[in-house]
Design a protein around this ligand. Sequence first.
Ligand SMILES: NC(=O)c1ccc[n+]([C@@H]2O[C@H](COP(=O)([O-])OP(=O)(O)OC[C@H]3O[C@@H](n4cnc5c(N)ncnc54)[C@H](OP(=O)(O)O)[C@@H]3O)[C@@H](O)[C@H]2O)c1
Length: 340
Amino acid sequence: MSYEELMLRAITKADAFKYTAKPNPVVGAILEKDGEIISEGYHKLFGHRHAEINALRSAEKLKNIKFNSFSELTLICTLEPCSHIGKTGSCADAIVKSGIKRVIIGSVDPSSKVSGKGIEILRKNNIEVEVGMHQDLVAKQNRFFFYRHKNNMPFITVKIASSLDGKSHYKNNERVFISSKESREDVQLLRAEYDAILTGTNTFLNDNPRMNARVNFQVNQPEKILLSTSLGVIKNTDRIPFFQGGRVTHIGTNLLERVLPILLENDKCSILVEAGPKLANAFLKAGYVNELIIYTSQKKLGQNGVDWFKENNAIENYGFKLESSYKINTDLKEIFKRNE
Ligand SMILES: NC(=O)c1ccc[n+]([C@@H]2O[C@H](COP(=O)([O-])OP(=O)(O)OC[C@H]3O[C@@H](n4cnc5c(N)ncnc54)[C@H](OP(=O)(O)O)[C@@H]3O)[C@@H](O)[C@H]2O)c1
């Protein structure tokens, strides 16, 4: 296999771990000799060993069987090896120590902790380094991680379910499922992708949501964030579904500019806002939203429904354009992107 084919393989196989590596990026690493794969490693679980270390350890077992010295091998890795001694030790140092002499990297790591420092360690130790092979694919598959580190902002998506007549819920808060069962299942997948789900006081009180990702595969459950000034200290949390399973953060301010830095804590890169019209519109108005996802059903709520948006053309006026749309059963799912 060529280096390019091996890079594509590492990118593709790394994707399998996107729900368990997050909020870390997914990374793949392959050690090869004369086009033959000697070993592969992936970053499978947040806080666990990095891809490069996994590949090195697997190759170690084949030394003197498939190769004699690591200097005969080339390392292909999708993201720049880390330079910091984090939870697992520096990958760049481990590569140097192994005796590898050539490394091919997909993309530079955009985080300030690494960003070029890993490559510098390799080059200083006389390792031949090539950077940029399929870097767009690596950035795309880690779009939340790249966005966060390039902008020092979380990637924020607002997700809403709308009736055909543009309503969010009934004025009297009577329970209603707006979108279909299939759309609601799609939302579970969406939740699984994000590092946190954020909501506001009224949704928390009226819907009593669990707001976890109910999927049939392993996932790092998203943190749950409640923005509420009126609720004060919440008691008896063991009886409230929202507080079960995973980390919960209660932020007691309505000032979104103060909220943003808190959203970056615990390495978070992506936030899914699942709130009612008040909080969803506040995020949109502030210009903090990157993506807007709307599930529109055939149901109408009529006069007793609360509008998602007060003005006509609100979505366009907020600076979004439709990127894709498709049917989920009888619902329509539309993804809007902010005009950059
Ligand atoms: N169709 C859907 O997709 C969908 C999704 C979610 C919810 N809902 C429905 O929406 C209803 C609630 O909607 P809602 O619009 O009344 O309330 P909401 O958006 O869920 O919550 C609004 C509350 O959040 C708090 N908040 C914190 N920061 C804020 C900010 N910067 N701007 C605005 N609010 C902020 C405020 O409470 P404090 O004064 O306590 O700070 C505010 O009253 C629920 O009944 C639920 O059924 C529908």
